[in-house]
Write a protein that binds this ligand. Structure first.
Ligand code: ACO
Length: 273
């Protein structure tokens, strides 16, 4: 599939997916959902992609669902509306959430409605201080539908979720960081550099350990304490097999030989994912 709505670049183990409909503020039309589904499937198995960054071209990160091509044009096509809804929910809510590699949302500008589920689905999020966020649905008489309400429930404090969901008031990147919707806000001029620094840092760590970190956190959220303990010890043994025991022999072994201090630095031998 050649992409109409996305740009895909790879450098130094970091794949950057750019939503590329700048004239429509990167609103997610049906084609974009189809293409993201394919792109993420490719990146999942691409050994050159150790970390995935998602961003937008032009002045927007993503203006949410395409209000014309999705809500309006598909109004009288219920089967197609259902098919696209399923794709739209799946790539943000499940594929990204459980993606086997680290994912970073790099929010360069407008971020509305359905775009909140992209941000929430990514492991980390870095935004421009100048970016504008908003749960604009209520402003056009809808509510945060699809996967968005669940994203709010997953990530925001109840007061913030309802405040922004009910008022529809826009807020900037600094505020998004204050309420914990993103990790950090930096000036737009520094956004790419700061994000790539974090991406390179992650690309330099053991991919199996990173995946286990994600899995442990995300799955534990939905488990009882007993199930989480059982999952965690099974995961530990999975790592032993995947890394040929490297976390003990190399990771702990080299510390015990006095070669490095894991409290302050990462082991320098990186295994291929
Ligand atoms: N769906 C479809 N088209 C869109 C969307 C969208 N979500 N957002 C912007 N566009 C289109 C506009 O229709 C316009 O197209 P045109 O040039 O062919 O007329 C173009 O993008 C540029 O939009 P402007 O409004 O002219 O750009 P501006 O920079 O002034 O404003 C902004 C950008 C703030 C994003 C504004 O377009 C807007 O409010 N968009 C709607 C945001 C929104 O409510 N998204 C839906 C969230 S709900 C959900 O995702 C379920």
């Amino acid at each position: 599939m050649s992409f109409e709505t996305l740009l895909l670049e790879k450098q130094d183990g970091i794949a950057t997916v750019t939503l590329n409909r700048p004239n429509k503020r990167n609103a997610m039309n049906p084609r974009l959902h189809e293409e993201m589904t394919v792109a993420l499937e490719q990146l999942r198995y691409d050994n050159e992609a150790r970390v995935v960054v998602i961003t937008g071209s032009g002045p927007a990160f993503c203006a949410g669902m395409d209000l014309k091509e999705f809500f309006s044009d598909l109004k009288s096509k219920p089967a197609e509306y259902d098919r696209i809804t399923r794709l739209a929910v799946e790539w943000r809510g499940r594929t990204l959430r459980y993606f086997p590699k680290p994912t970073i949302a790099m929010i360069n500008g407008f971020c509305f409605g359905g775009a909140f589920s992209i941000v929430e689905g990514c492991d980390l999020a870095i935004a421009a201080e100048e970016a504008t966020f908003g749960l604009s649905e209520v402003n056009f008489k809808l509510f945060p539908g699809g996967s968005v309400s669940k994203s709010l429930a997953n990530l925001l404090r109840p007061r913030d979720a309802l405040w922004y969901g009910m008022t529809g008031r826009p807020f900037d990147g600094k505020r998004a960081a204050e309420i914990g919707f993103i990790n950090v806000a930096v000036p737009l001029a520094k956004l790419r550099e700061e994000t790539m620094n974090v991406a390179r840092e992650l690309a330099g760590k053991d991919p199996f350990a990173l995946k286990a970190t994600k899995d442990g956190y995300r799955h534990s959220l939905e488990m009882t304490w007993d199930a989480a303990m059982s999952y965690s010890s099974a995961k530990e043994m999975e790592l032993v097999v995947q890394q040929n025991d490297a976390w003990r022999t190399e990771g702990i072994g080299d510390f015990l030989k006095g070669k490095y201090r894991p409290g302050l630095e990462s082991h320098d031998k990186v295994h291929k994912g």
